[in-house]
Design a protein around this ligand. Structure first.
Ligand code: MLT
Ligand code: ZN
Length: 470
């Protein structure tokens, strides 16, 4: 079916929309359309028709029913920190912002669960958990702005996946409004529930294409004890693999990240983050663990010494205070923000951990063979096989020339991902940026089933159309 844009000459549907929410909660001014019509993806011009801010579940249901009646497409909007254009309204859609559904509704100490509205900021949930002496472990650089609804929509990953898994692992129950406006309560916060299909999981990572999350019960964990980080300089990428293996065997790691020396160069260029140590090496691993007692810290040091003896590590440092821990994390967490200044080509892919060195070498060879002037930066969550490939625009190229060449790079990357049986999107989602490449990771049969599922929950195709599928 054809989902049309709201005709700006026909104000009736918009006037009707205004009656469904509180006064002033439908915006159509140019600045709001520009702000709420996009996420952190920089390649699409925002062009929504209106922004609506519901405050209750009933209002979300009314908006969805209104959209069905008028055949108007809806785009859900959270913290707008996404990197796959899943929250971009580029085609006259109405954006549904969850900014005013931002309350923590309940906390259950025995269940260790928190009931959140979708607009609760990830960092606020983390802080709430900390105040209760507990821990919400899904963490990433944009946690200060991103919202729980968006985390669920993209099944957000981040820096602690090696120990705690993805957002999916922390969702105890969901309330969703489907594409027909129906309210579903999924899993009812149970740990054990063997009653057939777990529909909750379908809505996690669906990028709002099946329905909108209107309430989520999130699990919390015990607070980690004395988190301690090490940054280790390695002579090459291959050496990070035995380092990971050595530390994994000895410590219960909470993170294992990596970045190249080119990334460190950009970080140190800011002037506000100290170098981890004096020497420079081609790659760095950042690992974290709970130093619960002196034995654990000594084990970490002994493992470090073993890695040095083997030639896998050339230099290293271990945090001795919370401030040092924070400073070491800045080396990794600030990379994305720091290089955004260069409007880089970005990609987010995954392969199995053991394949990482070969995969990365293949891409390096292909890219440098054809575009020797490209500055290629690698960083990411190497402990779970998730690599972030970023390429900075050479000064000599215009943005248009650069991104035209990057379209070719995209194809090479996805062909290589397919060769390694990996994923074209590890944690950023498909959105609009990768919808045309889905078949590199998913079979035609899988895609057909995914489309069939969408039709079940969203028969009129109004829920975030054009995302995941073209
Ligand atoms: C990260 O790991 O830093 C984020 O996923 C953002 C990015 O890839 O740039
Ligand atoms: Zn990441």
């Amino acid at each position: 079916m054809n989902v049309s844009r709201v005709e700006m000459t026909d104000l009736l549907p918009i006037e009707e929309l205004k009656t469904l929410v509180e006064p002033g909660k439908v915006l159509t001014d140019a600045a709001s359309l520009e702000t709420y019509g996009k996420d952190w993806t920089k390649h699409y011009a925002p062009a929504p028709s209106a922004i609506v801010f519901p405050k209750t579940v009933e209002q979300v249901q009314a908006i969805v029913r209104w959209a069905n009646a008028h055949k108007i497409a809806l785009v859900p909007s959270g913290g707008r920190t996404g990197l796959s254009a899943a929250a971009v309204a580029a085609n006259g859609e109405v954006v549904v912002s969850f900014d005013y559904m931002n309350q923590i509704l309940d906390f259950n100490e025995s269940n260790r669960t928190v009931v959140c509205q979708p607009g609760v900021v990830t960092g606020a949930l983390q802080q709430f958990a900390e105040d209760k002496g507990l821990y919400y472990p899904v963490d990433f650089a944009s946690a200060g702005s991103s919202q729980i609804g968006g985390n669920i929509g993209t099944n957000a990953g981040g820096i602690k996946v090696i120990r705690y898994g993805l957002t999916r692992n922390w969702v105890a129950g969901l309330k969703v409004v489907t594409g027909t406006g129906e309210l579903l309560e999924l899993n009812k916060d149970l740990i054990k529930n063997a009653t057939g299909y777990d529909l909750r999981q379908l809505f996690i990572g669906a990028e709002g294409t099946l329905g909108f999350v209107v309430e989520a019960t999130m699990r919390l964990d015990r607070a980690p004890r004395n988190l301690t980080a090490m940054v280790l300089g390695t002579p090459d990428l291959e050496s990070i693999m035995p380092v990971l293996h050595a530390f994994h065997g000895k410590l219960d790691l909470t993170a294992f990240e990596f970045f190249s020396d080119k990334c460190l160069d950009k970080i140190l260029g800011r002037g506000d983050i100290p170098a981890p140590f004096e020497s420079r090496t081609p790659f760095y691993a950042l690992l974290e663990f709970e130093a619960v007692n002196e034995d654990v810290a000594n084990t970490a040091l002994a493992t470090f010494e073993h890695c040095v003896e083997q030639g896998w590590v050339l230099d290293g440092v271990m945090s001795q205070s919370e401030q040092q821990l924070k400073n070491l994390w800045k080396l990794r967490e600030y990379i994305s923000e720091t290089i955004s200044h260069w409007t880089p080509y970005k990609n987010d892919i995954s392969v199995t951990v053991s394949q990482v060195p070969a995969f990365l070498a293949d891409i390096d060879t292909i890219v440098s063979g054809s575009y020797p002037d490209f500055e290629v930066l690698w960083y990411g969550h190497i402990g779970d096989g998730n690599l972030h490939l970023n390429i900075l625009k050479p000064d000599a190229l215009s943005k248009e020339e650069f991104f035209a060449k990057c379209a070719t790079v995209n194809k090479w990357v996805f062909e290589t991902v397919e060769k390694y049986n990996g994923s074209i999107s590890a944690e950023h989602g498909v959105g609009m940026t990768k919808r045309d490449y889905l078949e590199y990771s998913r079979s035609p049969a899988e895609i057909a089933y995914m489309k069939a599922v969408k039709t079940v929950f969203d028969p009129n195709g109004i829920m975030n159309p054009g995302k995941i599928f073209a």
